[in-house]
Ligand binder design. Sequence first.
Ligand SMILES: NC(=O)c1ccc[n+]([C@@H]2O[C@H](COP(=O)([O-])OP(=O)(O)OC[C@H]3O[C@@H](n4cnc5c(N)ncnc54)[C@H](OP(=O)(O)O)[C@@H]3O)[C@@H](O)[C@H]2O)c1
Length: 431
Amino acid sequence: MQIMKKNKLQIGMIGCGVIGSNIFDIISKRHADVYKDHLVVKSIIVRDIEKKRDLNLLGTKISNDISDVVKDNEIDLVIELMGGEEIAFDYISKCLMSGKHVVTANKEVIAKRGSELFKIANNNSVELRYEASVGGGIPIISSLGNDFSSNKISGIRAIINGTTNYILTRMSDGTSPFSEILKDAQKLGYAETDPTADVEAFDPIYKIIILSNLAFGINPDHNLIYREGIKDIKSKEFIYAKELGFAIKLIASAQKFSKKLLIRVHPALIPKDIPMANVNSSLNMIEVNGYLTGPLWFQGAGAGAETTSSAILNDVFRIKDEISKSEKQKTKIFPEDLQLLSMDMHECKYYLRITVKDKAGVLARLSKILGDNGISINTVLQKDTDVKFNNAELVIMTHKANEKIMMNAIDNIEKLNDVVKFDSLLRVEEY
Ligand SMILES: NC(=O)c1ccc[n+]([C@@H]2O[C@H](COP(=O)([O-])OP(=O)(O)OC[C@H]3O[C@@H](n4cnc5c(N)ncnc54)[C@H](OP(=O)(O)O)[C@@H]3O)[C@@H](O)[C@H]2O)c1
């Protein structure tokens, strides 16, 4: 790393949207008295230079040509806030290769191309920091990178998508459907116009990959990880889950089993008395299980301009303060060589909701299929009998079972003449 003796860092910014404009506002206006002696934003790269921006640029140059930053030898550090993969990778790597430190909030490029970028940073003796990419202002990246080096980590489990947590919290009273709440989330600015990354759970996949890399030194292809979003969850599930003593949350988990690591992202039932069940609205929580520490919970606002800006500026100042190599995220006393474990091997209790013909012997036939697969039932609730169609709704909580065996049992259950519809399957988290 270049040892920086300069008092004032010259910054280049790529992207000036929600986060970029907030950072610029903090540095140049709101907290200019604090920052003016330390940082100056020399250039900003955007996509559209004609766009009207509510910023007083003063002496800052605005451009759509990345070489205005890359070729400017006075710029020491670049903050990348444009998002996405391909172009971001190209711009970040060019900045690193030209000897500039980079701070980014971009989880997608770090999850997909991080190992290439870290290599480029290393080869050019510069820093690449990404605290804001997971958990907004929660200092989880630096904690995992620095404070667990003498600890083995057995697992990480997290609520790391504020948008879906807001939607699930609103759905928890069972009165409003997903589609209606998603529209509200978009109006409030929690969800983007295209909500795919959140509701289809790509965003938490990228984040759990980043955390897994820090905790376990594994950097798997995101396509290999079990991913299930929240858009198919029905309001009813929240009412029944509550009655059974659970909340429903979108969980991202990386759990070690001997020499293998199971990474999964899906909605799950969380027992009501566990802190994670009470992390509501757009809050995030990350649980880290260290062999020596036991479970540690990091909770806070997982997104938003102010908290994200806090994480970015902390990274900027860490670089400015000449973080020594020995403190960097790579030093682990327990290096591990883990392989990905298939979701087929996952074991948990299951919540099943099934619409059946309301006639004698149905439950016995369902129980037989589960029993033949070695799956035992814990609780059965009979709900919402539909007199007109002579249908009944069964909610079944099972004891612990294996994922592959459960999927096989469900295939057989769906073939039963008595089954009108297999409505829902949710996994229960164990604590
Ligand atoms: N928003 C949050 O709460 C939050 C929280 C944590 C992390 N993050 C991460 O922070 C990053 C920025 O998010 P944001 O919400 O600020 O995004 P945003 O509002 O969409 O802003 C994106 C900025 O990037 C610029 N840009 C896009 N494509 C470009 C290109 N090809 N060349 C140059 N500039 C380009 C855009 O330029 P124009 O202005 O000209 O369109 C815009 O200024 C993302 O990686 C995001 O995942 C965001």
